[in-house]
Design a protein around this ligand. Structure first.
Ligand SMILES: Cc1cc2nc3c(=O)[nH]c(=O)nc-3n(C[C@H](O)[C@H](O)[C@H](O)COP(=O)(O)OP(=O)(O)OC[C@H]3O[C@@H](n4cnc5c(N)ncnc54)[C@H](O)[C@@H]3O)c2cc1C
Length: 498
């Protein structure tokens, strides 16, 4: 039986592991933490259960990415509650834009954004609808072999010929801003803010093809998970184990070496030693490069200098007591204070639902707030001036909380506990090099790195196409599982239709 070792229990790694275990492979997941989920995990602190990074889950609609995962991994249900209200976006002039999952309520919101918004959203909806049809067929992007080119043609040609999709193709070379020529300031602000959290760049830099699909996230079946975002990972772990796979925590992989052309050895800091026919790294390229022997190191030379291009996250976790919020108060808020975004000028705040007793004591809520932050200054301070590092942490926590108070007035008076985290914290808990999160900013479709590093070593997670978000890394994980199974000649019980 083919032995597979998956390094990391993030959503990408767990999705791949769950599909391969379901297909009958001998799968073992090695995770350094004591719980699964990585950036989409949920942790306990002082009676609260906080989402560590990701807070907004999407893709659970019939035929959507998480439905494909259910089919491929044999998952019969997720602990979800659907939500029609996806996000409230708060603009600097006080305008609030509600983003709904239900299409019929969308037009109303966009009126606030000026006359050009209808044209922009018509383009975005149509393009996203076309692209999602293509994405859900799991095209191997970027192509890494003749077989990948053949598969792209097999999937892409019928797609291009249907519904005039060849017109959509023009956007693969454009930026989102090319569709915002006559936009009001508020429309630009709104689109830029939404792109920052979904594509990691604003409209001037975001590829239009990718941006249209990324902006669609709220329409893609937003749900709340009982127990927090970590429930996605926990459900995947249950699925792996019920299909005979194993998930080991406290196993930090420190070395991957090639034994023979077709056999690899994975070793952990805790003394574990695991032989495998296939190794899947749920790792950034920098993390992977640090673990492999010299035969594989060369495969990473192209991307090693790119860490400066991308983001870290600054987090504030707040336990709220007696907060008097109505049960139907929206749970996700993006607050834009001013440009440039990030560094507390734009924040994303998510509350635990009032109906989820697993997240906070009765009457309390767990609140996770994040803001984009550049990595280099944190590390400079951390390595050379700890006092200044702590001062910056304190200062940014205050700024982030002030921004969040625009959506949640009185938040600080209701706080039972407040804790903050920097990219240094992210590195400590997820091992991600320098706390780099969110994957590569989506400036071009052609800078994506492929998942196949060697014939039996693959990467999954938000460094590979289609990039960040739980739904996107699951799609990437499905794609890799599909390719691994094809390579070893196993036909999945479920295969994405062409
Ligand atoms: C602040 C923030 C907010 C976000 N908000 C959202 C959101 O609202 N909605 C959304 O969909 N997405 C969101 N995202 C993005 C989303 O969380 C990520 O894209 C996704 O979870 C990344 O998954 P991954 O598969 O790349 O794995 P990761 O989350 O990177 O997990 C990798 C796992 O591998 C483990 N690991 C690493 N190295 C080793 C090793 N050597 N040995 C053993 N184990 C190892 C780590 O401990 C970790 O558990 C957010 C991200 C951040 C940071």
């Amino acid at each position: 039986m083919t032995r597979v070792i998956v390094i990391g229990a993030g959503i990408g790694g767990l999705t791949t592991a769950a599909v391969l275990a379901r297909a009958g492979l001998d799968v073992t997941v090695l995770e350094s933490q004591v719980y699964p989920g990585g950036c989409a995990g949920t942790f306990f602190h002082q009676g609260y259960r906080f989402d560590s990074g990701a807070t907004l889950a999407a893709g659970f609609y019939p035929g959507g990415p998480m439905d494909l995962v259910s089919q491929a991994a044999g998952i019969t249900s997720w602990p979800i509650q659907k939500s029609n209200m996806a996000i409230v976006v708060h603009l600097p002039d006080g305008t609030q834009i509600n983003r709904w999952t239900d299409d019929s309520q969308r037009g109303e919101d966009h009126k606030e954004l000026g006359p050009h918004s209808s044209a922009f959203y018509k383009w975005q909806n149509q393009t996203a609808n076309s692209l999602w049809k293509l994405a859900l067929k799991l095209p191997p992007w970027p192509p890494q072999s003749i077989a990948d080119f053949a598969r792209i043609s097999e999937i892409g040609i019928p797609w291009l010929l249907s519904d005039h999709n060849f017109l959509v193709l023009r956007d693969s070379f454009r930026k989102v801003s090319s569709h915002l020529q006559n936009a009001s300031d508020n429309l630009r602000l709104f689109v830029d803010a939404q792109l920052l959290i979904s594509a990691q760049v604003t409209s001037e830099y975001a590829n239009a093809f990718y941006g249209a699909a990324a902006l669609d996230l709220p329409r893609r079946g937003v749900v709340h998970l009982m127990g927090g975002m970590g429930a996605i990972a926990e459900t995947l772990v249950d699925s792996i184990r019920s299909n005979g796979g194993q998930v080991f925590y406290r196993q930090e992989v420190t070395h991957i070496s090639t034994i023979t052309k077709n056999r690899m050895l994975v070793e952990s800091k805790q003394g574990g030693s695991f032989e495998a026919d296939v190794v899947i790294g749920n790792l950034s390229p920098w993390n992977a490069a640090a673990l492999v022997d010299k035969e594989l190191k060369g495969k990473f030379s192209r991307i090693q200098s790119e860490l400066s291009d991308g983001w870290g996250a600054f987090m504030v976790y707040v336990g709220l007591k007696d907060c008097n919020l109505q049960p139907d108060f929206p749970l996700h808020h993006q607050i834009i204070v001013r440009r440039p975004f990030g560094e507390g000028n734009s924040v994303f705040a998510s509350l635990s639902p009032s109906w989820d007793p697993g997240r906070a004591p009765v009457g309390h809520r767990a609140l996770t707030i994040s803001t984009h932050t550049k990595l280099s200054e944190w590390w400079n301070l951390y390595e050379h001036d700890r006092v200044a590092y702590e001062a910056r942490k304190e200062e940014l926590a205050v700024k982030t909380l002030s921004a969040a108070e625009i959506a949640l007035p009185g938040l600080r008076e209701s706080a039972n506990m407040i804790m903050s985290g920097t990219p240094v914290t992210f590195q400590r808990y997820t091992l991600r090099e320098r706390g780099w999160v969110g994957g590569f900013p989506q400036t071009s479709l052609f800078r994506a790195i492929g998942p196949r590093i060697a014939s039996n070593f693959w990467l999954v997670g938000d460094s590979i196409f289609p990039g960040q978000s739980t739904a996107a890394v699951s799609l990437g994980g499905l794609r890799v599982a599909d390719m691994v199974l094809k390579k070893i000649g196993i036909r999945q019980k479920y295969t994405p239709s062409v």
